[in-house]
Design a binder for this molecule. Structure first.
Ligand SMILES: Nc1ncnc2c1ncn2[C@@H]1O[C@H](COP(=O)(O)OP(=O)(O)OP(=O)(O)O)[C@@H](O)[C@H]1O
Ligand SMILES: O=P(O)(O)OC[C@H]1O[C@H](OP(=O)(O)OP(=O)(O)O)[C@H](O)[C@@H]1O
Length: 237
């Protein structure tokens, strides 16, 4: 059997739980002897190699076909790769790292509750303000798809935001935002509200694989992770 490569987040909020879930499914990742190394092994297995990469690098490496599987956030895969739905499968939803990618507008926009309302605002924006509606986000691909393809809204400008996106409207850098939210407290603190049909993606950590040519050892761990995830989602009474 040839060696399959599985990528796991090297840092950040997904790393520890990803390693825990793998261990529960029977794969104990053995940390590399040299802490600076980004390669590790799985105890008792010589048919798997573990690569520690950042969560967004995992999406890129899956897209490039350089790894057989990777645990990362669905938002990073859908945003990072143009054709991810055609090429990659979420082979196991892992039940952690939950975050929604949402469209949020200032709470003070009382008349704007839906994407259709926002479309009307966008259409009249230039006439009223002399410029297009500005959307601060780092999710430009998901934003374009949601606004242009799904809701037919074409008149807007994306302002690239790499941090503190929720602060952009108050700072006058943008009018509205597209960002992830988990507890909602950052949106509330910045007096932003989610549109009723403004949830673009409900993301969680997943084990991603290519749609075709999945090595058998990866298919096996995906099935165990998936079964364990379902047990967690529906605890017995
Ligand atoms: N409250 C949250 N804030 C940000 N990301 C969250 C939150 N909850 C879950 N996530 C998920 O965690 C993932 C990002 O993890 P993390 O922030 O550790 O990586 P990162 O630092 O963004 O990665 P990289 O270093 O590659 O940019 C995303 O898939 C995101 O959806
Ligand atoms: O809905 P909430 O629970 O408030 O979480 C959402 C916030 O958490 C994340 O930021 P974080 O402070 O973790 O920094 P990051 O953007 O660097 O990940 C994210 O970018 C949001 O701003």
């Amino acid at each position: 059997m040839s060696i399959a490569t599985l990528a796991v987040p090297s840092k950040g909020r997904l790393r520890e739980t990803a390693l825990e879930r793998l261990a529960q499914a029977g794969w104990n990742v053995v940390p590399p002897a040299d802490a600076r190394s980004y390669r590790a092994t799985v105890r008792g297995r010589d048919d798997v190699e573990v690569a520690f990469l950042s969560a967004s690098e995992i999406a890129r490496e899956l897209g490039a076909g350089r790894i057989d599987a990777g645990i990362t956030g669905e938002d990073l895969v859908r945003e990072g790769l143009a054709d991810s739905e055609d090429r990659l499968d979420c082979a196991a939803r892992l039940g952690f790292g939950h975050a929604d990618v949402v469209v949020a507008v200032p709470e003070a926009w009382f008349d704007v509750e839906t994407m259709a309302d926002l479309g009307e605002v966008a259409a009249g924006f230039r006439a009223r303000h002399g410029r297009r509606l500005r959307i601060a986000t780092k999710y430009w691909r998901l934003t374009q798809r949601h606004f242009s393809q799904e809701h037919g809204i074409q008149l807007y400008r994306i302002i690239e935001s790499l941090g503190a996106t929720e602060g952009a409207p108050a700072a006058g850098q943008a009018d509205i935002i597209v960002d992830i939210t988990s507890t909602g407290s950052t949106l509330r603190a910045n007096r932003l509200k989610i549109l009723s049909d403004g949830v673009i993606l409900r993301s969680e950590a997943c084990l991603f694989t290519a749609k075709q040519g999945v090595p058998p050892q990866i298919a096996a761990i995906a099935a165990r992770l998936s079964a364990n995830g379902q047990k967690k989602a529906a605890p017995s009474r």
